[in-house]
Ligand binder design. Structure first.
Ligand code: NAD
Length: 283
């Protein structure tokens, strides 16, 4: 059996086309949606991520307000910038690109983003709303993963979903979203004693670990849906996920590739959140 490959590039393209229609409608009402992207310092990987988000914004009809600050920016200066963006009516979403320089407390900065503009969904209030089943703007990587499952026709309700990883930006919110769709959910992590015994029970397996090709074919229940969130560099320098794709695809029912899987969907979901935030300002 060879798995259905869930093509994140094609699906993201489709999601972005849908967002363009929503953005055009807002523009006709003189309310073009706008995203502010704040980049502090000169981390190369961050600059690449920011450029890809800005490109996707352009394609979807979302204006971007670019803030590049030097690595010497103080925490107080950055907080002032976030406050100004919180007040700016042209800005509907704010992204502060991580990592921030070591002298800046990222938690303090992220918590300063207004709830209505928290398009990453990382603030405690957004995460609390998700926990309570009333999402504000949902974190984009897990919501992109959920959309990939849903649009591929993967059954979720009543199925056993196993999430590997318990971070606040991927693992925990992914588990909450699966629970909200009536899956039975198990969360595994670095201290789980027999990971393979857990993953072999998974109808849906979400891998958000950050370890190259750690999830092997013998850990997969035949026919399972496998979502690979990980972005890693293998020993040969190639981009790869947490899943041993070539072997696992022979056993799974559905699988997302890396690159070209969850990554592009994450960007598309950021844009969907910006547009939702903009729509809410006009009721
Ligand atoms: P993180 O480091 O915060 O969390 C990793 C989790 O994996 C932890 O909860 C840890 O307990 C678990 N873990 C580590 N080693 C393990 C092991 N041996 N067995 C079981 N669990 C183990 O990372 P994160 O921010 O959640 O990101 C996870 C991965 O997803 C990274 O590769 C990251 O680059 C990637 N990521 C991708 C996107 C995207 O858009 N595709 C977005 C965010 C993160």
């Amino acid at each position: 059996m060879s798995a259905i490959i869930i093509d994140g590039v094609a699906m993201a393209k489709q999601v972005l086309a849908e967002q363009k229609a929503r953005a055009d409608k807002l523009a006709q009402q003189a309310r073009p949606p706008g995203l502010a992207v704040v980049l502090v310092g000169d981390d190369q990987a961050s600059a690449v991520y920011v450029r890809s988000k800005e490109r996707a914004c352009r394609d979807a009809g979302v204006r971007t307000f670019d803030t590049r600050l030097p690595a010497t920016t103080t925490e107080a200066e950055l907080l002032q910038k976030v406050d100004a963006l919180n007040r700016d009516p042209q800005v509907h979403g704010i992204l502060v690109q991580l990592p921030l320089p070591a002298h800046i407390n990222a938690v303090t900065v992220l918590q300063r983003i207004a709830l209505a503009k928290d398009v990453d969904g990382f603030t405690w209030r957004s995460l609390g709303a998700l926990l309570d089943g009333h999402p504000n703007l949902a974190p984009c990587t897990p919501s992109g993963s959920m959309l990939m499952l849903e649009r591929s026709g993967v059954p979720i309700a009543g199925r056993h979903a196993v999430v590997i990883g318990r971070s606040s930006i991927v693992g925990k919110p992914a588990a909450l979203m699966l629970l909200e769709r009536n899956a039975t959910v198990t969360i595994c992590h670095s201290r789980t004693t027999d990971l393979a015994a857990m993953t072999r029970q998974a109808d849906i397996l979400i891998c958000a670990i950050g370890r190259s090709r750690m999830v092997t074919a013998d850990m997969i229940k035949p026919g399972a849906a496998v979502v690979d969130v990980g972005i890693n560099r293998s020993a040969d320098g190639k981009l790869c996920g947490d899943v041993d794709f070539d072997a696992v695809r022979e056993r799974a029912g559905w699988i997302t590739p890396v690159p070209g899987g969850v990554g592009p969907m994450t960007v598309a979901m950021v844009i969907a959140n910006v547009i939702t935030a903009a729509e809410r300002t006009i009721g």
